[in-house]
Design a protein around this ligand. Structure first.
Ligand SMILES: [Zn+2]
Length: 487
């Protein structure tokens, strides 16, 4: 445990030192649960977001990105159910005033899961087992509930009640009928939003893995519920093995199950299984997460969000904090669109497949900050000699760095030329300060896959040294072949 903690601290220190992320408003002491990204972290996050866009919009030419307001009127959340149901049970200490998640404090004490229990039931458990404050051992008050949305008032007289959105999804739902008309009235229709979401978490923790303001990349796929057990590209995935951790297999190892078997033996509809396969391939093939570190965890009826009929989380087994949810595939049915139809008075029905109906929604949801953190966690490697982030090149902040061995004899000029010529095709970083050893160390710590060094030979034979980050092997490459090599 002590080792895990120190690894988390090492990553925190690296993130600060190299400009990945650090607490927001640090000079004012900050507020728990808010982080800012520095220049390096921002580059990495954008690369991840763009990789996500390219991959998921590539699945279907009727999938698009839209952008929606962060502040939404109260009625949106009456319709979605968040006003009533997006709550956590809390319990306050009579002595020190600390507010705890009531289910967590009971779970920590009794080592059992109590998700989905009512405040009255949790209060009874606390009284029965004489559970005390985890901080000061003081007596606890009765359990109450806290809505996790941030309320706002908008307008000169603050007359409009609104909230910061707790998920990007609602922005896609309130725009559905307009987008359906614009996009030639075809289903399935995918609407994605990459943007901020806000939740008043009771105990933000573990750096950027549980924040109060965070970035989601979510794709809402609207479809005809009658088509849920088909997908036109089913043959592409039917033999692909999903890594599943079902409710029935809790406590055992995850199972590898082909999409075909998941469909036939586990009642996972084809439309759902297809997208599980595509999500898994994104993590394994694009983000190079190893199979052993990945699983889909099925949530039970008590654990699922109130709007989901079927829910498998994407979990990654992190070195620092163990299995961590970084995304999910959620079958939200017509819950949201029907809710908006009722509360807004504007029907969300469509005419498609020669009938009138409210489309169902499959949501692919991803926590961008958690994935950034996971990639740093899984690829962080340190020994006595060096600290290196072995990031997959697709999300490394820079593709390569260029060093002049010395800043004289025309070597610096040559290095600058090479840097300029690579800049149009790659994100490259020019570094001419400190010893070569220090420059390598800096590049390793931010995960730059290749270091290109220009030396005296370069002027004579037109070659440079290319050092591979992971093996530290160096070889001489002709300047004219650099672009090909980097690709
Ligand atoms: Zn206390």
């Amino acid at each position: 445990m002590a080792e895990d903690k120190s690894r988390l601290e090492l990553i925190e220190a690296l993130a600060k030192r190299r400009g990945f992320f650090f607490p927001s408003n640090e000079i004012y002491g900050g507020i728990a649960g808010f982080y800012d990204y520095g220049n390096i972290g921002t580059l990495m996050k954008r690369k991840l977001e763009n990789l996500w866009r390219k991959y998921f919009f590539g699945l279907d030419d009727n999938f698009f990105e839209i952008e929606a307001a962060n502040i939404m009127p109260e009625r949106v959340f009456v319709a979605s159910g968040h006003k009533e149901n997006f709550v956590d049970p809390t319990v306050k200490c009579r002595k020190c005033g600390t507010v705890h998640r009531a289910d967590h404090i009971v779970e920590d004490y009794l080592k059992e899961s109590f998700e989905g229990m009512t405040p009255v039931e949790l209060t009874e458990l606390i009284r029965q087992h004489k559970i005390r404050c985890a901080k000061c051992k003081g007596e606890l008050e009765d359990v109450s509930i806290l809505n996790m949305m941030f309320p706002l008032q908008v307008g000169a007289d603050l007359e409009v009640k609104a909230y910061l959105r707790p998920e990007t999804a609602q922005g896609a739902y309130v725009n559905f009928s307009r987008q359906f008309d614009i996009q030639r009235k075809r289903l399935p229709l995918g609407l994605a939003i990459v943007g901020r979401a806000f939740r008043n978490e009771i105990s933000p923790r573990q750096l950027t893995t549980r924040m109060r303001e965070f970035t989601q990349a979510e794709l809402q796929i609207f479809f005809d519920a009658a088509d849920i057990d088909k997908h036109e590209k089913w043959n592409e995935v039917k033999d692909y093995k999903l890594i599943l951790y079902p409710v029935a297999g809790r406590g055992k190892n995850p199972e590898e199950v082909t999409c075909e078997d998941a469909n036939k033996k586990m009642d996972i509809p084809k439309f759902y299984a297809y997208h599980l396969a595509k999500v898994q391939q994104f993590f394994l093939e694009k983000l190079k997460v190893s199979k052993e570190k990945f699983r889909f965890r099925e949530l039970s009826a008590e654990e699922r969000a109130f709007y989901n009929k079927m829910h498998w989380d994407v979990e990654l087994n992190l070195e620092t904090v163990g299995w961590k949810e970084v995304g999910g595939v959620h079958y939200r049915t017509d819950h949201d669109l029907s809710g908006h139809g009722k509360v807004s008075g504007q029907s969300q029905e469509v005419f498609f497949n020669e009938k009138k109906f409210v489309p169902h929604v499959l949501e692919l949801s991803f926590g961008v900050d958690r994935i950034v953190f996971a990639l740093i966690d899984l690829n962080y490697d340190a020994d006595e000699k060096r600290t290196v982030l072995k990031l997959p090149p697709a999300v490394a902040p820079f593709s390569a760095s260029v060093f002049p061995l010395v800043n004289k004899d025309g070597i610096d000029k040559k290095a600058e030329q090479i840097y300029e010529s690579l800049k149009s095709d790659f994100d490259v970083f020019y570094d001419d300060s400190g010893s070569i050893g220090r420059r390598y160390a800096r590049a390793d710590e931010v995960g730059i896959p290749f270091c290109i060094t220009v030396d005296h030979h370069s002027l004579e034979d037109g070659t440079v040294t290319v050092r591979d980050r992971d093996s530290t092997k160096q070889e001489r490459v002709k300047v004219g072949e650099l672009k090909e090599r980097l690709k």
